[in-house]
Each structure stands twice: as C-alpha cells, then as structure tokens.
Design a protein around this ligand. Structure first.
Ligand code: RAM
Length: 502
C-alpha cells in the first residue's frame, strides 16, 4: 500500500472561500523552553554526544550557542542533531531506512558551523522531547561546548486555557490530559495530522480533531479555516481531496479518499452544532453533499459499494490486506444519515427524502450481501473477509442496533478476527460503536485499555500507530517515520468529556 500518483491533476478553486481561509490564519502562541544547563561545562570532541531531555513533547524551533576551547578552531565543527518524540527513536540508524515514505521525514540535521562562538538558529521546525547532539568532528586542536540550548515552542492553542477533568480515576485524567496535549501540539496554522510528519491538514484527521477541539480549546475559527480550504480548492470534478497543503500557497493534494470526502458534510454539521454559524453551513452544504452524490454515482451499484479490496481509494485503517468494501458500504450509510438530516434542516426536502431512501436501501443491501448467517458476522469482499473494521462500521452506521449490536461486539471480541485494528483512528470508531450499542462501561474500559497502554509505555502524546500485539507496526515499512504525536489519536479527551464524566 502506498500513495498513488496522478499524472494529470486538475483542480477547481473558489477564490472567496480561499480568501476567507487565508484571513483566518491564526496567531501562534510562543513559549521559550530552556532545559537544565548541566551540559554546559562539557567539552565535546569527535564522536562525543549529549542527550537533552526537554521533559515534555514540544513543537518548535531550536537555538543554541556553540563555543570552543583549546587552540583557535582550524576546521568547522560538524554536528549531527537527532530529535526524538519517543526516546527509542534516538537509537535508530537512519542509514538503514528502506520504508516507502520519504526518508526526509526522519528528524535529523547535519550542521557545519564555520565561525565560533556563534548563536545557531535552526530554520526547520521539529517535534520532540529528546535531543541528541553528536559531534561528528571538530579537529585535533579544539573541542566545543554548548550554551543556552533553547526551544521556541509554537502552537495555536493554549494548554492552560482548558481545565483538567479531575475524575476520581487517575488513568482517565492522564488519558484526557495527554489527548489534549496531543491536540494542542497538532494545532498550528491548520489542524496538522502529525507534527513530525506529514505536518499538514488531512480531512479524516480534522473530522476527529474538531470534535476534541469543541470540548477543549474551542478554537472554532481554526476549524472554519480548514473547512473553507477543503471547499475552496477541489479536484475539477468537485471531489474534495483527502489532504491539503498551505505552503508556499494553498494547494489540494492529489489524493482522494472516499470515506474522508464523505466525512466533510459531518464535519461541517458538527461545526454548525458547536457554533450556530449558519452562514458557513449554507456556504459549504452544496460541496459537502456533492461528496455523497459522487460516491453514489461512481462507487455504488445496486446499492452495494464496489469491492475496492485494500486499495487506497478509501482509508478505513492501515491494517495490511484489509478488505474495505463492507466498511465503506457502512460509511456511506452513515454519511447518508447525516445527509438526510442536514438536507431536512436546510429545507432541501426532496434530497432529504432521496438520501433516506438510499440509506434504507443500502442498509438492506448490507444485510443481504455482507451478513454471514452462519458466522453471525459481517464479511467483506469476494473472499468474504472478516475484519474488526467491518463489524465496527456496520454498528456505527446502525446497520445493527441495540442488543444485536452488543452481541456482535461480544462475538467480535471473542472471535478476534485476523484483520485487526492498528490505528488509534480505527480504535476511536471501535469505542464509538460500543457507545452506540449502549454499553458505556465496556466502551470506557476498552478505551482505557488501549490508550492506557500507551500511557504505561511512557507516551507524552498519543501515537499515530499502536498495535498492542506488534510494537513494530508501521504502514510505511519502518517505524522510523512513525509519528508519536498524531492528532487522530487524541479522541479519548472527547469521549471522556462527552460520555464518561458528568
Ligand atoms: C497518513 C497520515 C494521516 C492519515 C492518512 C490517511 O499518512 O498520517 O493521518 O489521515 O495517512
């Protein structure tokens, strides 16, 4: 699995929407962080290194002063800097990297410093808690030492602006805090997916981040900005892209994911519910419903979504070999439900009736085509694959409800399908499906179980990938590019605040 490249890629823009998005560019909060200075008296020479622990995860710009001792420097100082979100990253050897995502995401920097003493300001932004500085070389005549290693940390959200939940359960409190911290780190000029990588706006991630933002930082304008970006530049056939670049200019990426595109409407609706901003809802409604219409036209035949196998035309999860047909069938049903509701709300009655009919027909088709009466589980694709994702999405889309949904969750947990959930993104939907079945206690326990293990493993922020059965899980062929502060994993803060307290 990897991203496909489109040779001929044409886009369509709405300049009013893009201008609105531009005008909503946030101001970043800045904080200067200078850890303990116990490295200052060390003179370092060839192959020496120091590790500095900033004691928490930060996103920002590093600076330090480099001084010399011994004879006058007769060669540049040559340094290697490794930035690590997770301590284990410090031991990784990037020269062995052979994953399919760019090696350029590995957070390391090689510097030649010609004149010393010098205040060195790194231009590139890094996301890290640990910094390792290795002196690759000085010369036989001199050594170097470091002074005032500081970080200018940046975010468009203020951690202090949100109160702790203070439940009687310390683990719940900790999970809430780390979720909040994860989101805060990823709130920059847009909602970034991960601050180490890819450092940009992804629609499926935004969909979840916005929900957490509404119960914490309440930075409504940042959501609004991101929504107008997606609506402001689309594929030329009106499809909304899965992700969006902001530099040097706004540009939609040439990746399309059908599930993400359909979430756009729900994201707009959530925004409306949080703010009451009807103008935005009305502005974005036409492009939002088009996403559902395009899927119905392109991908659904006889009320059944195409068998897309494990292709990257929809996301669902990073689980290898996952057949996505049943999941996307369910996601379409789920989006149609919202489509009908929003259309009715805006007085678009014919459409609302049409979406309701499609929803019912696709629900019926789901039971007919994907329910296996012997196994009493949903299957997906021509090989009738059984996965966690298919069960979860069929419940979240209410194809099965109430006691039947509870039974299906129990059966799935006992059966433990071979095709597992590997991302916190998919786990979020698992927890939501349990909540929908009505078993809040089980939902809370499963959430604590999964995210709690990351806490026990020392997470300062929640990770992009976490497979309890395989710590080396990576969709990219190497954990070296995995991100350890990834916004789609911040959702327990939303779940706790919405369902588990108060
Ligand atoms: C990854 C990103 C992002 C996700 C996409 C589908 O590259 O981490 O979070 O939305 O894939």
């Amino acid at each position: 699995m990897n991203y496909s490249k489109i040779d001929e890629f044409k886009t369509k823009s709405n300049s009013d929407f893009l201008k609105l998005a531009k005008d909503l560019k946030p101001r970043l909060y800045q904080e200067k962080i200078c850890p303990d200075q116990d490295y200052e008296n060390k003179v370092l020479r060839k192959n020496d290194s120091i590790v500095i622990d900033f004691k928490d995860h930060f996103v920002g710009y590093l600076s330090f002063t480099l001084e010399t001792s011994g004879s006058h420097f007769d060669a540049p100082a040559y340094l290697k800097l490794n930035f690590a979100e997770n301590e284990a990253e410090l031991d990784e050897d990037s020269s062995t990297y052979d994953g399919w995502l760019s090696k350029a995401w590995i957070q390391e920097e090689f510097l030649h410093i010609d004149i010393m003493p010098q205040r060195v300001d790194l231009k590139r932004r890094y996301a890290f808690r640990y910094l390792k500085i290795t002196v690759i070389d000085t010369s036989e005549k001199y050594g170097v030492s470091f002074k005032d290693i500081c970080l200018r940390a940046v975010s468009s959200a203020d951690m202090n602006a949100v109160k702790d939940v203070n439940t009687p359960d310390p683990m719940l409190n900790r999970i809430d805090y780390i979720g909040r911290k994860t989101l805060q780190q990823c709130m920059q000029e847009v909602f970034e997916d991960g601050v180490k990588r890819d450092r940009r706006l992804w629609l499926g991630d935004l969909f979840l981040q916005a929900k957490v933002n509404y119960v914490t930082f309440k930075n409504y304008d940042l959501v609004k900005r991101c929504l107008y970006m997606f609506a402001g530049m689309t594929f030329d056939d009106d499809r909304i892209g899965a992700c969006f670049f902001t530099e040097p200019d706004f540009a939609v990426d040439d990746t399309y994911l059908a599930d993400y595109a359909m979430f756009f409407l729900i994201c707009v609706w959530d925004y409306y519910e949080a703010t009451g901003d009807r103008k935005t809802l009305e502005d974005l409604y036409p492009i939002a419903i088009k996403q559902i219409d395009i899927v119905l036209k392109n991908n659904v035949k006889g009320f059944v979504y195409d068998d897309i196998g494990d292709s990257f035309t929809a996301f669902v999860d990073w689980s290898k070999g996952l057949n996505k047909q049943a999941s996307v069938q369910a996601i379409t049903i789920y989006a149609l439900g919202y489509g009908a509701k929003v259309a009715e709300f805006l007085g678009d009655i014919d459409r609302s009736i049409y979406y309701k009919k499609c929803k019912d027909a696709m629900t019926e088709a789901a039971l007919e085509n994907f329910w296996d009466q012997d196994k009493k589980m949903f299957v997906s694709g021509k090989d009738r694959q059984i996965s966690w994702a298919s069960q979860v999405w069929m419940i979240e889309a209410e194809v099965v409800k109430g006691q039947e949904a509870k039974d299906l969750i129990k059966r799935t947990m006992e059966f433990n399908p071979e095709y597992k959930m590997v991302s916190p993104y998919m786990y979020h939907h698992f927890i939501v499906s349990i909540i929908k079945s009505g078993d809040l206690e089980l939902a809370k326990n499963e959430m604590k179980n999964y995210w709690g293990k990351m806490v026990e493993a020392g997470a300062d922020t929640f990770w992009e990938l976490y497979n309890p059965l395989d710590p080396n899980e990576s969709p990219y062929g190497s954990t070296m590019v995995n991100s350890y502060c990834h916004a789609w994993s911040c959702t327990p803060t939303y779940l706790i605040r919405k369902y588990f307290v108060g």
